[in-house]
Structures are given as C-alpha cells and as structure tokens.
Write a protein that binds this ligand. Structure first.
Ligand code: UN1
Length: 496
C-alpha cells in the first residue's frame, strides 16, 4: 500500500530535504505497515529552519503573551477534538496501547491549557530601589530561537512540554522529533498551525541525531537547547552546546525504584509495580525498573507479581485486549536481550519472560516478553543501568534505612515510589530519596504537567519541565526607571 511522504516544515512551507534522503516510519507491531516516509535532514535543512525561526522571532516576540496563549488554548481544543485520531496514529508509529496514546495526547491537552494560563502571568517582580524616585523591576524576556530534540516514547506529550512554554514566552522553535515517531510531532504542530500559529514560529526538521540533531545544537543562532533522551547523548549535547555557552535543559535516564515495606497494602503495591514496570512496555524514563521488597513479604510479593506478569497480554496496541505493546524497534529489543544475558551471568534468577517473542503475529514486530528477575543484588549491572524495556528486578532488603540506601545507590535520580502505611516513614523517604519525584502509595510513573518534572544526578542538569519550564525559556531583564530628573548614582548617592 502506498504510504504518505512528509516534508520538513520551514517558514510555514513544506520543503523536501536538501539532502534528498528519507527514511521509513514503521509500525513496531507490524513492520509491513509503513506509517510514512520522512525527510532524513542534514545541516542545510537545519540552517534553513533556524533562519526561518529567526525571522519569525522578530514579530512573534512582540505579539502580546495573552494573545500567544490564546493560540495555545485553541490548540488544546483542537487536540481534544482530534484525540482519538492522533492517539491511533501514535499507537501505529510508537506501539504503546491506545489507552496510553490517548493519555499521551491528553498530556499535551493538559499542557496546552496549563500553559495558556501562563500568558496572563509570566510574572516578574517589582522591588524598591535604594534611590528616591526610581522604580525597579524584573521582567521575563524570550531567549530567541530554541532547538528541541525529543524522544519516541512520549511523541506528543514531550514535544508539547517544550513547545508550549517556549511559545507562550515568545520564542520561536526548531524541533527535531525522534526518527521512530515523527508523525505525532507533525500532528501536534498541525494543531498549532490550525489554531493560528504564524509561519516560521515552529519549524520541524525530521531526521537522525548525528545529521540533523547535531547541527541544531551547534547552530550559532540557536540560543537554547531542550533535550530529552539518554544520558549518553545528553552528555554529548551538553558538551557541544557548552562551546558557545548555550543553555541546555536535559531530561535523561532513570533506574526508578519502587520500595515496598512489609506494612504496605500488598495488592496496591502489586498493581503499582505492574503498571510502573510494564506500562508503555517499560519504555518510560520514569518506569519502575527496581522493586525493593522487604524480606518479610518478599516471597509472597514475588510469587504474586510473577503470576500476574505471566498473564499480561502482549500484542498490537491497536487491539483492545492488549496490555503491553511492542518495543519501539530492534535496537531496543537488542538492549533488553543484552540485559537479560547480563543479569543471568551476574547470577540473577529469571522468574518470567526473558526473550523476544517471535511466534505467529509477533514475528512481524518487535515484541519482548514481560520479564522479571529475582535475587537481584544492588551492585549488579541489572540493578544499576537503564534498560528502557519490559524488564524489572526484585531486590530484597531488611530495614527501611537499607531500602533508602539501595534506592539512592545508583547514578540516576528521576522517580521513586514508597508503599507503606507508616506516615513517619513516608515523610522520611520524601526527605531522603535522591530523586526529582517521589510518590507515596502510587507507582513511579504518572507525573502531572503542572508540577516540576526532572531529576537529579545523571538524570538531569538542574532544569525542570512542567511548572518550571518557563524559567528555562525566558531570561531575566532587570529594569530601572529613574523619574527624579537628576543623575542618581547607585551605591554612592544613597549613602547620604
Ligand atoms: C518520560 O518517560 O520521558 O510521569 C516521560 C510519567 C509521564 C511522563 C513520562 N507523565 O510517567
């Protein structure tokens, strides 16, 4: 069947890539289903897109913020109308089940309505001047052209976390979506354009990291970079951007722990573990990949978990009965396979899954059996390194203090969860867990758009999305207005 061909969006026009190259976007549940052909762009395409964004910035920054926000509000409404259509397109290109792709579109809708309100805030401060008849204030200014590099696991939500706050702040954008899932970014930007976004304010350059991402990071007219992806690539992005002091916001890996104390509601903790570890086929940066269980309940918890994991229905995300969709591509399958081998060689005990599924309809896609390892020790690689697949490790501990220590003993620090009925322990964990997010009696996944999102250690570089995103997409200007009609020298004339 003929598939649609997409171009780059540059200055409001659809332009084929200068490189003349393209790639196919395949359905991970069925590789014979081609979702579309997308440009494999290069530095020339990036340069055109940045020039268009720079031109558009001259006028977009002068549009009053409440007006910019109205376009975002309208975008939210259009996304509501198109939710089912965009969710289906997303499941087709990314694989996760429909309930989750609906959630992904919903997250973009939430972000649109939340950020639209920001158009009438974007608050600065006023403060007394040390001098008479002088007014002092701080105002937020846009930074200019912002480059965005987004991942495939939340193909609409994450672009919305970056585009919407950048836009309400008056910036213009060039976005390079992940090569596995460009269509959802196209759909999101289509909604923005239909809501009245002027040409050139958002530009899309599709392609691969080394060819299209790198020139975006390095372009001198790109004033800031927002990246979500692996810590490995994030480090390269940060180093390249550092050459010309470009601010970079990085959201990267996780190795998120769910701690279950022996006083916990066990069924609730099981529900949470199952959803946290196997929702999105384990392909969330917030996914539960370590379950720390207190010794007294470990055997029961492990048996019940394994029993439920074995019953999970793996299949195409477009089918209603499916609970776990495919992994996004072969590379991810290889990573899961590699970590299963590593875990086995380290002496961890395979309790469920552990292999690629190839029988029947599975053969045309990239499916991996939901996998559980028991007997995992905190020092094993399977307990420390990110897998980004449907693989979870069970680690036993004696005391609450030991659980916190194990949870913190890794290089990442995104999300954590504690299941307990003891309020004192809950608050102690909130204080002591080294992570950007802590849940009590809820799984490690499920952040809401109006709270800070991001992590510590190798997970991030100090910035937060969600409620704090505006801080990255604006720069402060201090403004002094002297209405004394005479020269007043700060630090000197106020001494009198
Ligand atoms: C991610 O995996 O990169 O908190 C983002 C969550 C989602 C976002 C995940 N709202 O699990």
């Amino acid at each position: 069947m003929a598939h649609p061909t997409y171009s780059n969006l540059i200055g409001g026009e659809w332009l084929p890539p200068k490189s003349g190259k393209s790639f196919l976007n395949l359905n991970p549940a069925d590789h014979s289903d081609v979702v579309g052909e997308f440009p494999a762009s290069g530095a020339d395409d990036v340069a055109l897109a940045v020039a268009a964004a720079k031109k558009a910035f001259a006028t977009w920054r002068l549009v009053p913020a409440p007006k910019r926000a109205e376009i975002l509000y309208k975008t939210g409404q259009l996304l509501q109308e198109r939710k089912e259509q965009y969710a289906r397109a997303m499941t087709r290109e990314m694989g996760k089940v429909l309930a989750e792709t609906r959630g992904d579109v919903q997250e973009a809708i939430d972000e649109a309505f939340y950020v639209a309100g920001e158009g009438r805030r974007l608050f600065g401060q006023t403060t007394p001047s040390e001098l008479q008849n002088k007014f002092a204030m701080s105002v937020r200014m846009p930074v200019g052209v912002v480059g965005m590099i987004t991942p495939w696991n939340f193909p609409m939500a994450i672009p919305s976390w970056k585009l919407f706050p950048a836009l309400v702040s008056g910036n213009t954008c060039v976005i390079k979506p992940a090569e596995d899932t460009p269509l959802s970014t196209y759909n999101l930007v289509q909604a923005l354009m239909d809501a009245g976004l002027p040409p050139g304010v958002v530009n899309i350059v599709a392609g691969f990291g080394p060819d299209a991402g790198a020139p975006l990071v390095e372009h001198k007219d790109v004033r800031a970079i927002s990246f979500t992806g692996s810590s490995e690539i994030g480090s390269i992005v940060a180093q390249r951007a550092a050459a010309n002091f470009k601010p970079v916001s990085l959201e990267m890996g996780g190795k998120n722990a769910q701690i279950v104390l022996d006083d916990a509601n066990l069924e609730l903790a099981l529900d949470g573990a199952l959803w946290g570890a196997f929702g999105t086929t384990g392909q969330r940066c917030t996914a539960t990949s370590r379950i720390l269980v207190q010794k007294g309940i470990a055997a029961e918890f492990s048996a019940k978990l394994v029993e439920r994991v074995k019953r999970l229905r793996v299949g195409s995300g477009l089918e209603d009965a499916t609970e776990v969709g495919p992994q996004v591509n072969d590379q991810q399958i290889e990573t899961s396979t590699k970590y299963v081998e590593i875990a086995k060689s380290e002496g961890a005990k395979l309790l469920a899954g552990g292999e690629r599924l190839t029988d029947g309809a599975y053969g045309t896609g990239t499916f991996f059996a939901p996998t559980v390892f028991g007997g995992v020790k905190p020092e094993m690689r399977i307990a420390r390194e990110e897998v980004f697949g449907p693989v979870v490790s069970l680690i036993e501990f004696d005391s609450f203090e030991e659980a916190i220590e194990i949870a913190n003993s890794i290089e990442y620090g995104l999300s954590t969860a504690l299941y307990t009925r003891d309020v004192n322990k809950a608050f102690t964990a909130i204080r002591d867990l080294e992570a950007g997010i802590t849940y009590i009696n809820a799984p490690t996944i499920g952040a809401e758009v109006h709270l800070p999102f991001g992590g510590v250690k190798q997970t991030g570089n100090g910035h937060r999305e969600g409620s704090q995103a505006i801080d990255f997409y604006t720069t402060w200007k201090a403004v002094y207005v002297d209405y004394s009609d005479k020269l007043q020298r700060a630090q000197i004339d106020n001494a009198e």
